[in-house]
Design a protein around this ligand. Structure first.
Ligand code: NDP
Length: 329
């Protein structure tokens, strides 16, 4: 089929990634079992890294970024999917190693897809997206560690993972504190998501003492670095931190004290390699426990042409909530 459609393609020119919205055809797409007509993708931190050329996240050029998408199957060589099925994709290094969601059409492996949960719209799926899936996986990790109530702190609160995590945890009955670099500026938004309190300040950029007063039964951390080190020092005895991000750095300068003297657990959470059964369970829970009205005020819909400029906000740490990309706009 030679009909062209739009895609955001990152080429490498003079050693630098150069993103452009251009017309491509099905013949340009990679091989794959399932051809999907994409409705929506979203902007996640990794997409912003890919588009701005931060951290060499793209493994081969040209690349279509977009680490997640939701749409409708057009053609399938897999028995698991038929034309007309609604599907969601997150993870599997799509948008880094394999072509992703910033395109009106994409061809992928069937095993990378999950069925869109019953009753969920493709736009809602991408308002949740990889960030929301990761937030849910963090909540599930805390639950598995026995943290089923109490004081929970969420870092990187203003961003995608943080926003969904606050909203989810508040709906589940936890007492949620939002931790933000700019607590005063973001207070109203974070309280509207369900946070009971908003904290933050210059001390979160300093190396903490090995142990401090116990404040939290659980934490969801997307920042890493000194923030994660301080959270570990402030956990209650037996508390757990679900760590999934490194927006503030990948170093971790801490001691064994929180682990030995307070039995603190550090739970790594990754949505890319997450087993399919857990991925489906997480999406089903998101469909049940994070219905559309809950997301409306944290969601913004943009066209493919706006992604390049918005990626700079993500890298500056100033993006708020979830940014959904309507690839047909
Ligand atoms: P966003 O850019 O939407 O949010 C990140 C937030 O972190 C910002 O809004 C800001 O919140 C805070 N922040 C940003 N930079 C800094 C900094 N230098 N120091 C301290 N805080 C900072 O990104 P996402 O929510 O999409 O992703 C967050 C992190 O989680 C990234 O590292 C990403 O790679 C990771 N991630 C991991 C996944 C996994 O599967 N493990 C999946 C998805 C994301 P505030 O202003 O409130 O402080």
């Amino acid at each position: 089929m030679t009909t062209s459609f739009q895609a955001l393609v990152v080429d490498q020119i003079d050693g630098k990634p150069v993103p452009t919205v251009k017309q491509i055809t099905q013949a340009d797409l990679p091989a794959g079992e399932v051809l999907v007509a994409i409705d929506y993708s979203s902007i996640n931190y990794k997409d912003a890294m890919a588009i701005t050329g931060t951290g060499k996240i793209i493994r081969s050029f040209p690349m279509v970024p977009g680490i997640d998408f939701a749409g409708t199957v057009v053609e399938s060589r897999s028995a698991d999917y038929q034309a007309g099925d609604k599907v969601v994709l997150t993870g599997w290094s799509v948008g880094e190693r394999f072509w992703g969601g910033y395109s009106q059409m994409q061809r992928v492996k069937a095993e990378w897809l999950v069925p869109l949960p019953q009753g969920m719209r493709t736009q809602s799926a991408m308002a949740i997206g990889t960030a929301g899936l990761t937030a849910m996986l963090c909540v599930m990790a805390l639950e598995d560690a026995g943290v089923k109530s109490g004081n929970i702190v969420v870092s990187g609160a203003n961003g995608g993972v943080g926003s969904v995590a606050i909203s989810l945890l508040a709906r589940l009955g936890y007492e949620v504190t939002a931790l933000s670099q700019r607590p005063d500026e973001n207070r109203d938004y974070l309280l509207s998501l369900g946070a009971k309190d908003v904290i933050g300040g210059p001390e979160w950029k300093e190396k903490p003492a090995p142990l401090a007063s116990q404040r939290w039964q659980g934490a969801v951390d997307v920042v890493g670095g000194t923030v994660l080190a301080r959270l570990l020092s402030e956990m209650d005895y037996g508390g757990a931190v679900a760590a999934c991000g490194l927006a503030g750095g990948f170093g971790l300068d801490t001691t064994v004290m929180p682990f030995i003297l307070r039995g603190v657990r550090l739970l790594g959470v990754d949505s890319v390699m997450c087993p399919k059964a857990r991925r489906i369970a997480a999406w089903d829970r998101l469909a049940r426990e994070f219905a559309a009205p809950a997301q409306a005020h944290m969601e913004r819909v943009v066209g493919l042409g706006e992604v390049i400029a918005l990626s700079k906000d993500f890298m500056a740490g100033t993006s708020r909530g979830r940014v959904v990309v309507d690839v047909n706009r």
